[in-house]
Design a protein around this ligand. Structure first.
Ligand SMILES: [Zn+2]
Length: 434
């Protein structure tokens, strides 16, 4: 154990070894207890469940979940969602760029649990406290942006928390360096600058949204740039396709882990070296279900702001069975945001993972965006300056792959990409409502 581990691990209550899943009976008991707690202490849940004809004893085991109405994103922001009188230690805002914003409130013990889960995830990638880690972040997650936002809100607690997290915990103990980028990164950018930063810091672990990392990798491959070697890459925040993952592993000579996590829920699942982009659901701490294609998640650990049968807004698939790594259990594949898709005339829906698979098969492209509506799709691709003939061939392959008629699609490499100013880059800018 190194010095940093000696200080942090006992505080976090983490042994340094990944936990083993407990018996299903325990999960049923945890689910029932959380449900009872929410019913008794949270006005929002009490009202919701009473209206559905439920009582505090309606949930006894996991399959009883189907009796419970789903929790909408808007409901998570209601003050009455809070269950009990414990003090909120931190309130994290999220989602304001992709719909209504949510404030995730945590008390001290839940915050600590979240941190312990983060350490478990990081340790699963081979990283240890103190090993250099490099994180690519959209600008909106930068300390300066968070600071000015908290200042405007007059949230002193948040300022102290952000300072502690960024400057003490992450910089000092996690040895993490943040690299901020804006959405211009997907327009005219040079991978060289990113790569020289990476090489200079020589991280053991890179943490990044896969969109920026895949765009960098594709551009570098086109320009013949040398790839920095890293031992592990942890992808989180948006879609990673199988082809994107395979290419990242090949180019960076690294192991790529896919993490499904959100501010509201924490760390729901992590892939293993055998599971591809599918993540092993942390079934000790979460119940994952599907409503149609939408992923529904319950977090067993948050008693402060219970999150029970939460509509994540993500489209996905679930399978149960034995993984190549030997682990038995539930695996989840995220396909994209539920509202971000395009359809062909046969009614087949395609999500961000399909767009990313297509992008991976086009060797001369590093970015792609799909806008418009079904029947009139506009593709914008990067880099700029692709000859008209080559553009047309890309369009032909797109129409063939997704069975869409040629006259329903236009393609351009000169139109601007509609990224958010914050640096999040969407595959889609569609006009329909899901
Ligand atoms: Zn596995």
């Amino acid at each position: 154990m190194n010095l940093r581990e000696k200080i942090i691990l006992p505080l976090a209550g983490f042994t340094g070894l990944p936990g083993t899943p407990g018996p299903a009976a325990d999960r049923s008991a945890r689910f029932a207890e959380l449900y009872r707690h929410a019913f008794r202490n949270s006005p929002v849940y009490r009202e919701k469940y009473s209206a559905a004809g439920l009582s505090p004893d309606s949930v006894k085991e996991l399959p009883d979940s189907i009796k419970l109405p789903f929790l909408e994103k808007e409901e998570l922001s209601l003050p009455g969602i809070k269950a009990g009188n414990k003090a909120t230690v931190v309130s994290l805002a999220s989602g304001s760029t992709s719909g209504p914003g949510v404030n995730t409130r945590m008390d001290g013990s839940y915050l600590l649990k979240r941190y312990r889960m983060l350490l478990e995830i990081l340790y699963s990638t081979g990283w240890r406290l103190g090993d250099a880690a490099f994180a690519f972040h959209p600008e909106e997650y930068g300390a300066a942006a968070l600071f000015s936002k908290a200042l405007k809100e007059g949230a002193l607690g948040k300022i102290v928390f952000n300072f502690f997290q960024e400057s003490v915990l992450y910089r000092l103990f996690h040895n993490r360096k943040n690299f901020l980028y804006s959405s211009a990164a997907f327009g005219n950018f040079s991978a060289e600058r990113y790569f020289s930063e990476l090489r200079a810091f020589a991280p053991r672990l890179v943490i990044s949204r896969p969109d920026i990392l895949c765009a960098l990798m594709r551009q570098a491959a086109m320009k013949g740039l040398e790839f920095p070697e890293v031992e592990s890459v942890l992808c989180v925040g948006n879609i990673l396709s199988s082809s994107g993952k395979a290419a990242l592993e090949d180019k960076f000579k690294t192991k790529v882990y896919n993490l499904y996590a959100s501010t509201e829920l924490g760390y729901v699942g992590l892939s293993c070296p055998s599971s591809g982009v599918w993540v092993h659901v942390d079934e000790d701490n979460y119940l994952a279900e599907l409503d149609g294609t939408e992923v529904i998640v319950t977090d067993f650990s948050n008693y402060h702001t219970p999150v029970i049968r939460y509509r994540t807004g993500d489209a996905g698939e679930l399978v149960r069975g034995r993984c190549g790594c030997g682990r038995e259990g539930l695996r989840l594949k995220i396909k994209g945001r539920k509202k971000d898709f395009f359809e062909n005339s046969g009614g087949e829906r395609f999500y961000a993972c399909d767009a990313d698979e297509f992008l991976a098969s086009e060797k001369e492209l590093y970015a792609l965006q799909i806008a418009g509506k079904t029947g009139a799709l506009g593709l914008t691709v990067r880099p700029g300056g692709i000859a008209a003939g080559a553009l047309n061939e890309i369009k032909n392959r797109f129409c063939g792959r997704f069975k869409i008629s040629q006259d329903e699609v236009s393609i351009s490499c000169e139109a601007p990409l509609s990224g958010t100013p914050s640096g999040k880059f969407p595959f889609f800018a569609m006009e329909h409502k899901a």
